[in-house]
Design a protein around this ligand. Structure first.
Ligand SMILES: [Zn+2]
Ligand SMILES: [Zn+2]
Length: 284
């Protein structure tokens, strides 16, 4: 590992290909990762959900995506460790048995939607500010607290029933929030809800992802989750990893250097990295 001294974090497990809403093919990500001298690289296509076809993989596409990655994993095995992942939305209902049957190496569990309480309708929290505003207005009498808490309740249910390896972008609901446009991150109810989620995470061995995707797409100034949440994560001894949620190869290590500095400042000593088929500590 002599020549890896300059790399802040030599891996990215969160990337999207043309099978979903990404701009590049899996092989292009692998070549970029080799170029960067990464130890490992994984792709994580958006899982199929029946109610939102556009950003997600189709069912046939999912199988093709996995088959393609199996071939690429073998093709590049002497150059880099390639891992087959998926970003499974809560409403795709994944579980460890399905991961195994599909041949996945890991699964990122993410919540992107909240289902209406009555109707067969799903509100997306990270598509556009207008859609988020619509969701808040329609979910429960224009009460932002209800929608945001329902988002976090989905996370709690997902970690216990679906058992992902990594929890994706924990506070994604912050994407369009700017300086508190839709809800107050300093409010007591929000902090209480975050504490509840972290309490549940700490009962599992799930790794929380530091995700720079909101910054690369120009929506947030800091990675998910917010620094105050990262402090709570540290105090609870919850493991973390770093990923860029890349939708194009240029962003494969977007804001990695700054993010490593940020978590170091908060007090973290290591990040989890996938190596030799399992998660290990990478000292920072
Ligand atoms: Zn996501
Ligand atoms: Zn993603």
């Amino acid at each position: 590992m002599k020549n890896q001294k300059k790399i802040s974090f030599p891996s990215n497990l969160h990337g999207h290909t043309t099978y979903c809403d990404g701009k590049n093919r899996a092989e292009e990500y692998i070549l970029a990762a080799i170029e960067k001298n990464f130890v490992s690289v994984g792709l994580s296509g958006h899982s199929y959900v029946y109610f939102d076809k556009e950003p997600n993989m189709s069912l046939e596409g999912t199988l093709k995506y996995i088959e393609e990655l199996k071939i690429l994993k073998e093709k590049y095995k002497d150059k880099i460790q390639v891992y087959i992942g998926i970003e499974a939305d809560f409403y795709s209902g994944f579980n460890p048995k399905l991961d195994k049957n599909l041949g996945l190496d890991y699964r990122i569990g993410s919540v992107h939607y909240v289902k209406d309480k009555v109707k067969d309708k799903y509100y997306c929290v990270d598509n556009t500010p207008e859609i988020l505003a619509y969701a808040i207005e329609n979910y429960d009498n224009d009460d932002e607290k209800s929608l945001i808490c329902a988002y976090y309740d989905n996370i709690i249910e997902m970690i216990h029933t679906q058992k992902p390896d990594i929890l994706g972008h924990l506070d994604l609901v912050r994407k369009f929030n700017g300086d508190g446009k839709y809800f107050d991150e300093n409010s007591e109810w929000y902090n209480k809800k975050v504490d509840e989620v972290l309490g549940e995470i700490s009962k599992t061995d799930i790794i929380v992802e530091i995700n720079t995707g909101g910054i690369s797409r120009g929506w947030t100034k800091t990675p998910y989750p917010s620094a105050f949440i990262l402090k709570k994560i540290l105090s609870k001894n919850i493991p973390i990893t770093l990923s860029s949620d890349a939708h194009s190869v240029e962003n494969i290590d977007y804001y990695f250097k700054e993010s490593v500095e940020l978590v170091k400042e908060i007090g973290f000593k290591s990040l989890k990295i996938m190596k030799n088929g399992k998660f290990e500590d990478f000292e920072i």
